[in-house]
Design a protein around this ligand. Structure first.
Ligand code: IVH
Length: 692
């Protein structure tokens, strides 16, 4: 490589690594694997070593982490938070051992620990009390996240009796258990569905893995929200001016006695062979742990020897991280199928010859969109690598080119909807293809009706997703308005087919008298559902529960919304142009308008019906309130008044809160917090005056 080529490559790598650092540390949304990232960094390091004059001053090889998030108070670390040199190669570990023996001789002991896949944290204790918790940030200074860290059950606020130093820092890793991640991510998915996001947006917004979720949580401004998303922590290093013991191993034991969560899977090893055994053992065991690890950390045990070995510019010489490669499997791509969602979004799915991966059998993997297929340069019947990497659905990460048949054809992305053959569209700047045939494309129609009957929408009892498909297949309904003209006689005896869990076999059942009557009753009862929920049920793109409520309150009726201009809709607080565009597009479609007319004729609530005497205003629009203490009316009544006047109730104090309405006997902590954050505090009387 000549100098010019080297310079270009260095610039390219620098830019790429900076982008990935930003995705990882700031957005918490990495788009490449750790392994691929480490390979980029290693290549850059190598080039900088060979062409030292070309190295950029601000090269990412000189930094340990990302930038600092603005909102939290910044704290300079007393002891910089360095990262470790890492490797994927056993030979590098041998070399590490040899370097150490050269400096300090053969009397060396190592401590092996698991490398937890989370976020580094440094917690300071003074006289046994938790004083402060700071993230790594850029290694020199980080975010003060004390309030959030205090919500972590396993972290002591006050230490047990013990001979701990008056002042010390303890470092460790904050993470989320896999089960918690799955539970919370599933709930988050439901929340997004209810807010009306389409499948692809949901996929993009969902947290990719427990580390991602933990990172997103720790950065939240509202510690009450953090407390709802249980995190955990393992602590692995004590920093103090006066040493508490001679070895790292004994410090870990001491920290455990003081009441810290110290992981039990650590081991003293007296040779690098023993270290290797530890690594191999946990490579096999790691699926059985309740949390993710991405490798093993090896530290020289004696503090005196650590001191002798010292540091390079970036890392301690006395420790190294061995990283496991993400678990992957190689299998045959049998075919690609394309799913059509309720909004017409197309998702390509790789159908694979079943293969074992990290304890489960994988038959399908996501391919996201056309760009991804192009990036992978996928050909028909390719052998593909799939990885789990903590994500819910495995993904295709690469192709084994040596197994590709010479006449294999590249995958051509479909140009027509696989269900209704309408040419697909792709909006400028969007990665997703859509089928625009909203009214006549079967999965879109069925999907929309299924959304319409959902619990948070019309909540039609007795009707399920399969019954909807059955009614559609029998030609009894073509859209959700048709539900209201169904008769008992039409549906009695209808045959409903459903796939069994194995997705191969089918079960058939017949609608009996009682079920048929329940369905008809459920449909009739749904005519009482309030307008905001009807609006949500219509399934307008991006109009979820919250947006539907806002539109309903603001405009009052379906006709007013249908006649509103894009600008009028976008002007509503927190609505914005994209939503406004989707609303106007929906009502510009004659078929949608016609369906709304039928719903109106059938007696559904197409406008807000106020209880007698209730007045709505938008006086408090855009303002958030926290109600605390005892008032002359119940807290619920007060909250209702806030909503009726267009305001929003929140449950905890944060910087973004607009007003605290203080009643009698309000807790002193809340008062102090609101005062510290300079949030206006008003009385009940002041509030009443405002809204009247
Ligand atoms: S020791 C100077 N021990 O991995 C000692 N780190 O690049 C610094 N990590 O920044 C860390 N498990 O965030 C250590 N048992 C463990 C660890 C661990 C995970 C993280 C930590 C660190 C990174 C190493």
């Amino acid at each position: 490589m000549n100098e010019l080529e080297a310079k270009n490559r260095i610039d390219f790598l620098t830019q790429q690594i900076q982008k990935h650092n930003y995705n990882y540390y700031i957005l918490s949304q990495p788009i490449i694997s750790d392994y691929d990232f480490d390979m980029l960094l290693k290549e850059l390091e190598e080039l900088e070593k060979n062409f030292p004059l070309l190295a950029n001053q601000n090269s990412p090889t000189q930094k340990v982490g990302g930038e600092i998030t603005k909102e939290f108070k910044q704290v300079i670390h007393k002891y910089p938070m360095l990262s470790l040199g890492n490797t994927y190669s056993e030979q590098d570990l041998m070399d590490f051992d040899e370097r150490i023996r050269k400096t300090i001789g053969d009397a060396v002991e190592y401590v092996c620990e698991l490398k937890f896949d989370g976020l580094a944290i440094s917690i300071t204790y003074q006289n046994g009390k938790l004083l402060r918790a700071v993230t790594r940030g850029d290694g020199v200074q980080g975010d003060d996240v004390t309030a959030n860290v205090k919500t972590i059950q396993s972290i002591p606020h006050q230490l047990k009796q013990g001979n701990y130093p008056d002042l010390f820092e303890i470092r460790g890793e904050i993470f989320m258990h896999r089960k918690t991640f799955e539970r919370l991510n599933a709930a988050y998915k439901k929340e997004l569905e209810n807010k009306g996001y389409d499948e692809n947006e949901i996929k993009e917004r969902l947290y990719k893995n427990p580390r991602n979720f933990a990172s997103g949580t720790l950065k939240m401004q509202d510690s009450a929200e953090v407390a709802k998303r249980p995190l955990d922590c393992f602590l692995y290093f004590v920093y103090t001016d006066n040493a508490i013991s001679d070895t790292h191993f004994n410090s870990l034991l001491a920290a455990e006695k003081w009441g810290f969560p110290v992981n039990k899977d650590f081991k003293k090893c007296s040779s690098i062979q023993e270290v290797m055994e530890f690594i191999h053992y946990y490579d096999k065991q790691r699926d059985k742990l309740t949390y993710d690890i991405d490798g093993v950390v090896i530290k020289v045990n004696s503090y005196a020897q650590q001191q002798e070995l010292g540091f390079t510019a970036k890392n301690p010489r006395w420790a190294i991280a061995y990283k496991y490669k993400a678990q992957s499997a190689l299998t045959l791509l049998e075919k690609i199928t394309y799913q059509v969602g309720r909004t017409g979004a197309i998702t390509p799915v790789a159908n694979l010859t079943p293969v074992e991966l990290a304890g489960t059998t994988v038959k399908r993997a996501s391919l996201y969109n056309a760009d991804e297929i192009e990036r992978l340069n996928l050909h028909e019947n390719d052998w593909v690598y799939i990885e789990k990497g903590g994500e819910i659905i495995p993904k295709v990460t690469g192709v084994e080119l040596s197994k590709r048949s010479p006449n294999a054809l590249p995958i051509n992305y479909i140009t027509e909807c696989p269900e209704c053959f309408t040419p697909l569209i792709r909006k400028d700047g969007e990665a997703i293809h859509y089928c625009p045939n909203e009214q006549n494309c079967k999965p879109q129609i069925i999907g929309k009706i299924q959304h319409f009957i959902g619990r948070k929408a019309m909540n039609i009892e007795g009707l399920g997703e399969e019954t909807i498909a059955g009614l559609f297949n029998a030609g009894l309904i073509k859209n959700y308005a048709d539900l209201y003209t169904l008769t008992y006689e039409q549906i009695l005896g209808l045959k409903i087919f459903s796939f069994n869990d194995d997705k191969q076999s089918i079960t058939q059942r017949t609608l009996q008298a009682k079920t048929a009557q329940n369905i008809i009753n459920g449909i009739n009862q749904s005519k009482e559902v309030p307008f905001a929920r009807v609006l949500f049920a219509l399934g307008i793109r991006m109009v979820g529960e919250t947006v539907a409520k806002k539109l309903a309150v603001h405009f009052g009726s379906i006709d007013a919304i249908a006649n509103a201009t894009k600008e009028q809709i976008a002007d509503i607080y927190e609505i914005g142009e994209k939503i406004a565009e989707n609303v106007t597009l929906f009502f510009a479609d004659a078929a949608n308008k016609q369906i709304c007319e039928v719903l109106k004729t059938q007696g559904l609530q197409m406008e807000i019906i106020e209880e007698k005497g209730i007045v709505r205003t938008n006086r408090l629009e855009g303002k958030s309130f926290l109600v605390s203490g005892v008032f002359s009316i119940s807290r619920d009544e007060l909250k209702k008044k806030i909503e009726l006047n267009g305001g929003r109730n929140v449950s905890s104090i944060s910087k973004s809160l607009n007003y605290l309405i203080a009643g009698d006997k309000m807790g002193p902590e809340k008062l102090k917090k609101a005062t510290d954050l300079q949030i206006p505090i008003i009385t009940e009387a002041e509030f009443m005056q405002w809204i009247n």
